[in-house]
Design a protein around this ligand. Structure first.
Ligand code: 13P
Ligand code: SF4
Length: 322
């Protein structure tokens, strides 16, 4: 703990010296989620929508992004005058990697005039081809807002199917889907969740939109629960009278939930996102140390200006919506 404390102290000092802030996702390891005012290093901890909103209003010259590459890119798109640093470019995402801008152009040629909703878990060149972006928090409201009876929703197949079930029942809209999958959430199969429900019949189930659609139906029967975004899950637990929950999302969200609700019990099958876990406190320290030196470019998010501008429009439409 003393060694960790030393790293935390050096990061806090370097943030002041280099005029930097740290934005951190709820899937980061716990030490990257502790807020600065509580003796930690994060200036803001949030889900992907919260982080996008926070990135827009940062005043410091440097943003260290403790999240994955598509999130750091979004921060850069929204705030081009700032330097955005990602502590490891190994922090990818199976969803973002499943689709390219060229794939979207082909889809648009195949379904002319059908609006394209791109999940925020895409790279800038993919976003650049979309009409609007969404996160798991606002996807349903955004899909609902279009007049068109068809929408292209990409790239998450399971999230698309989960949205389709709700939107079709409500509005009759049809979603055209892509085959992308989150390599973490696809592992929350009905067998995995149902086995835990047998063992803990009183527990409510918390699943992210990205889990398979056949899991969702099973998850919500019995003691009930929620399908939603990371923030929906956090809010649901705060409002629920239940004392026991099964988590169907990234392992370290379990630590976040235990920290926020110490009186409640969380059953967490520990599946970690290998991309998120590329971001460690040591690499965060190294990125901060690099600011203003030769090696800074190893961490800096760089986007071609035309791509950045094209990707900005769908993100701004989403933010105006939220
Ligand atoms: P949120 O939009 O809930 O933060 O989700 C991010 C993510 O990567 C989900 O797997
Ligand atoms: Fe991508 Fe899934 Fe990891 Fe989120 S949890 S970054 S969607 S692979």
């Amino acid at each position: 703990i003393a060694a960790l404390q030393e790293v935390v102290e050096e990061i806090r000092e370097l943030k002041r010296e280099k005029n930097a802030v740290i934005l951190s996702h709820f899937y980061m390891s716990p030490e990257l989620q502790v807020h600065h005012k509580d003796g930690g290093i994060a200036d803001f901890v949030g889900d992907s929508l919260g982080l996008s909103v926070a990135a827009k209003s940062v005043e410091a010259d440097n943003i260290i992004f403790c999240g994955v590459k598509f999130m750091a890119e979004t921060a850069k798109i929204l705030n081009p005058a700032k330097q955005v640093l990602l502590p490891s470019f190994e922090a990818g995402c199976s969803l973002a990697e499943s689709i390219t801008g060229a794939d979207v152009r082909k889809l648009k040629a195949q379904y002319p005039g059908v609006p394209v909703v791109a999940y925020i878990n895409t790279y800038a060149e993919t976003k650049a081809e979309a009409d609007i972006c969404c996160t798991s928090r606002n996807a349903m409201d955004i899909a609902r807002s279009f007049d068109s009876d068809k929408l292209i929703f990409l790239p998450d197949l399971f999230m698309g199917r989960n949205l389709q079930t709700r939107i079709k029942a409500e509005t009759g809209k049809e979603l055209i889907l892509w085959e992308g999958k989150c390599e973490v959430h696809e592992q929350f199969t009905p067998q995995r969740i149902n086995g835990l429900k047998l063992m803990y019949p009183e527990a409510q189930v918390l699943v992210h939109w990205e889990v398979p659609d056949d899991t969702v139906a099973d998850a919500l029967t019995g003691a009930g629960g929620v399908v939603g975004s990371t923030s929906d899950i956090l809010r649901f637990v705060g409002e629920s009278k239940s004392r026991q929950f099964i988590l169907g999302s990234e392992c370290d969200l379990g630590a976040t939930l235990r920290g926020m609700y110490p009186e409640k019990e969380f059953i967490v099958p520990c599946i970690k996102c290998p991309h998120m876990k590329q971001i460690t406190i040591q690499r965060t320290l190294e990125a901060l140390r690099a600011i203003g030196t030769e090696s800074e470019r190893l961490y800096t998010v760089d986007l071609a200006e035309d791509i950045r501008q094209s990707a900005l429009l769908p993100i701004e439409r989403m933010l105006a919506f939220s």
